[in-house]
Design a protein around this ligand. Structure first.
Ligand code: SF4
Length: 296
């Protein structure tokens, strides 16, 4: 492998977090190879991005704050729990949830966020995605929609255009309405609005964004996931769903907990009420399996 000096410098620490060793070329699969790759079941993508020389150039120059790329693993939460996949975790968030399990992506009071999530060339991220050999990638954070600019020519849009051989799922806190170009390129969104956390309600719950997510749920392209610690949180979810006319069939309730025992305890406590309200239940498979370990 030869070094390409056109690419931004990548620190050793950062390379260690990119589990699949990145190559130095944007991964260009032949059209035939991509066509032969089976598309996972679910909503078909509405576009078939085709790379161009300008996309390749953009991938080498545009960057995203990357926390980690890891996999193969399984989606641990929500309607796709148990699905084999890989993860791309980006830095920055617009909320400050006290029980956040990824504070290193945004909490500058406790972490060196710039070192944790250094600017990384889209080309390196795309290569790491290619090397994972999975057909579903989950884009998470932090809050990944902070990087979804108005135009698909932004770094995130270029990343998705460079990786048409995977189906992208996006996990968001639901505060930002998705731009049309992102909806066209993503197979599934999980919107996870926060209830009962310390941020003021006007920052946590954006009616315009919630309406957009509800409409995507109705189209089969999204689901809501709410983290609940106790019955008070569950009551807040119920009130929000009534106010925003969110169908219970599109709602997954997830117990909060960063150890297997804490998840099981909350799950057992809340299960009867979740059932009574007509919601779906999701556990946290990665926490049950690995507790609070990163990158698994
Ligand atoms: S929205 Fe998600 S990433 Fe942001 S602080 Fe809350 S739990 Fe953490």
């Amino acid at each position: 492998m030869t070094e390409n000096t056109d690419l931004p410098a990548v620190s050793d620490k950062q390379r260690a977090r990119i589990v699949a060793q990145p190559g130095l070329e944007v991964p260009l699969l032949p059209r035939q190879a991509r066509a032969a790759t089976p598309r996972p079941q679910g909503r078909p993508l509405r576009v078939d991005p085709c790379r161009t020389p300008s996309t390749t150039t953009a991938a080498r120059t545009l960057t995203l704050p990357l926390s980690e790329v890891f996999g193969p693993t399984w989606q641990g939460e929500g309607p796709y729990a148990g699905r084999r996949c890989g993860f791309v975790r980006l830095g920055e968030c617009n909320l400050t949830c006290e029980w956040c399990d990824t504070p290193y992506t945004w909490d500058r009071a406790r972490h060196d966020v710039t070192a944790e999530c250094p600017p990384t060339a889209v080309a390196d991220i795309a290569t790491a995605v290619t090397n994972l050999d999975v057909d579903v990638m989950v884009l998470s954070g932090g809050e990944p929609l902070l990087h979804a600019k108005r135009t698909p020519a932004c770094a995130l849009g270029v990343l998705l255009d460079c990786t048409p051989f995977v189906s992208w799922h996006v996990e968001t806190n639901g505060t930002i309405p998705p731009p049309d170009w992102l909806v066209e390129r993503v197979q599934h969104f999980t919107a996870s609005p926060k209830v009962g956390t310390r941020d003021p309600e006007h920052r946590r719950l954006n009616p315009r964004a919630l309406t957009a997510w509800r409409e995507l749920c109705d189209q089969g392209a999204a689901a809501f996931k709410f983290v609940c610690r106790d019955e008070a949180d569950l009551a807040s979810v119920h009130s929000l769903c009534a106010r925003m006319k969110i169908d219970a069939a599109h709602v997954w309730i997830m117990p909060e907990g960063r150890s297997a025992q804490a998840v099981l305890d909350a799950q057992r406590d809340l299960a009867p009420r979740i059932r009574d309200h007509g919601y779906n239940l999701t556990t946290r498979l990665h926490v049950l399996t690995y507790d609070d370990r990163r990158g698994v």
